[in-house]
Design a protein around this ligand. Structure first.
Ligand code: 13P
Length: 257
């Protein structure tokens, strides 16, 4: 982490938890936040947004969705628009998660459309990028990241992207217990920052928050967060229990000042 950028710890609840457990988890997280907490966000299933939003009212925990559609409204059965998410009380939205790319046909083109809609509706977008194991083993990690970033971020001006957060989530580390080493994560984060610098300039790149995701747990968060270009975490499994998520929120990073 770098003291210029405020860390963000986001939980991605994926397709887990019923409504009662969602509300109870949200309340426990909010109640357990330390006074000096980083920014904290939880991305719930669509069905839980309203009740979790209600439970989080007046707290510092922000509400996010896990996906959005780019049109405002229309005959698009099964879709939920960025406009509707904002109306439901969301402050943020995940875009282009690798599970959506792998299983639901998400492309760099749809990521860009969703990013545009999120920004137009005042949602903080967390755009996810990351390589598969085969791509890493083929030496294509940087190429994949560059293509995903260019696909999503070109065509905007840096001021339009002021709230943008990028999440680096190597697909091979998601839900596998195989975390990227701090050095592997730092190498990818630095590459992402340099690519964003080339696309949108020094000031933009210096202020851009880049989260790491992929088997982040209480016992590895501190070493990950000690790397200078890691600005937070996007947490799956360990965000489903208040105690493990709160331990991650309370990470202690050795920061070089
Ligand atoms: P895990 O923390 O369960 O590996 O999931 C990471 C993730 O996909 C967060 O979006």
């Amino acid at each position: 982490m770098n003291s210029l950028r405020r860390p963000l710890i986001a939980g991605n609840w994926k397709m887990y938890l019923d409504l009662a457990s969602s509300v109870s988890l949200a309340k426990s997280v909010a109640a357990g936040l330390p006074a000096d907490a980083p920014e904290v966000m939880v991305a719930t299933p669509f069905t839980a947004l309203a009740v979790v939003g209600e439970a989080l009212k007046g707290t510092k925990v922000k509400l996010a969705a896990q996906d959005c559609y780019w049109e405002k409204e229309g005959a698009f059965t099964g879709q939920v628009s960025a406009f509707q998410l904002k109306d439901a009380g969301c402050q943020g939205v995940l875009i282009g998660h690798s599970e959506r790319r792998q299983f639901f046909g998400e492309t760099d083109e749809t990521v860009k459309k969703k990013l545009t809609a999120a920004l137009e509706n005042g949602l903080l977008p967390i755009v996810c990028v990351g390589e598969t194991l085969a791509e890493r083993e083929d030496g294509r990690t940087f190429k994949v990241l560059e293509t995903q970033l260019t696909g999503a971020l070109s065509g905007f001006g840096p001021s339009q992207l002021a709230t943008l957060v990028i999440a680096y989530e190597p697909v091979w580390a998601i839900g596998t217990g195989k975390t990227a080493t701090p050095a592997q994560a730092q190498e990818a984060h630095l590459f992402i920052r340099k690519t964003c610098q080339r696309l949108h300039g020094d000031g933009f790149a210096a202020g851009l928050r880049i989260l790491y995701g992929g088997s982040v747990k209480p016992d590895n968060v501190d070493s990950l967060m000690s790397e200078p270009d890691l600005d937070g975490a996007l947490v799956g499994g360990a965000s489903l229990k208040a105690d493990s998520f709160l331990r991650i929120v309370k990470f202690s990073a050795a920061v070089a000042k």
